[in-house]
Design a protein around this ligand. Structure first.
Ligand code: SAM
Length: 237
């Protein structure tokens, strides 16, 4: 047991009660399409929380290791694994280091809705590149940095009656108090510009090969994307 903690430790039960409490696994057609066939693949889920994405990866055929800094969320993940075994291994660890995960040993890695919670992007992405086999893939989903920067809001366009999005403080990178966020999430998030995400991925040896910006189900998310997915590949120079 290490001293490593996550802000989610204090919210874990409420978070778990909202996010896949029955353990069926994540439902996300955009992610499934980016993942493709996983049979026979060894995949790491970085910042897996209570394991909803690890369960989806396993159901798609992968052998899965999930890493998270929150022991409390991992306890939920392990209990769900015990109730309905899929062969998933869970490791308490820091995504910024990925200690205990061997070099060049994974066909793929997923970081689902978590890079915004991780303080240091560069070591996290370098660690992902380290554990991937050459040519291995990395998929991340994040809140869209262009439509959800530290200051954002919505208004009704009275000429058209349509929902519109306004964004601000886009260039202010780093931690911010995300007061408008869901109360089961920690208050502090880390904002980076789109250029920082892409340039840091590329510098880590993770070439971006595909983006996805799914159309959401609220009127405002039919006007502008709320989420951004990036699919990358480890390239060695
Ligand atoms: C929004 S949750 C997403 C969890 C999971 N991927 C999902 O979608 O259900 C963000 C997760 O990032 C984890 N996290 C934050 N910083 C971390 C770090 N440095 N190392 C490992 N996990 C971290 C939190 O503990 C939390 O489980």
């Amino acid at each position: 047991m290490t001293n490593l903690r996550s802000p989610y430790d204090d919210l874990a039960d409420a978070y778990h009660a909202t996010v896949d409490p029955d353990g069926g696994g994540l439902t996300d057609p955009t992610l499934d399409e980016l993942l493709g066939d996983l049979h026979g693949r060894r995949v790491a889920s970085i910042a897996c929380g209570q394991g909803r994405d690890t369960r989806r990866l396993a159901d798609l055929g992968a052998t899965v290791v999930g890493v998270d800094a929150s022991e409390t969320l991992l306890a939920h993940a392990r209990r769900l694994e015990q109730d309905s075994p899929r062969g998933i291994e869970y490791v308490h660890g820091d995504a910024q280091r990925l200690d205990g995960l061997d070099d060049a040993s994974y066909d793929g890695a997923l970081c689902y809705m978590a890079l915004m919670d991780i303080p240091e992007l560069e070591p996290a992405l370098r660690s992902v590149a380290r554990i991937l086999k050459p040519g291995g893939w990395f998929i991340a989903s994040i809140v869209h940095p262009c439509t959800k920067p530290p200051a954002h809001g919505e208004f009704m366009d009275h000429t058209t009656g349509e929902a519109r999005r306004v964004t601000g403080r886009y260039f202010e990178e780093g931690p911010y108090d995300s007061v408008t966020r869901w109360e089961i999430l920690p208050r502090v998030s880390y904002h980076r510009t789109l250029s920082t995400y892409v340039n840091t991925l590329v510098a880590a040896g993770l070439a971006v090969e595909r983006l996805a910006e799914p159309v959401g189900d609220r009127p405002v998310w039919r006007e502008a994307p709320g989420l951004l997915y990036l699919r990358c590949r480890r390239v060695d120079s």
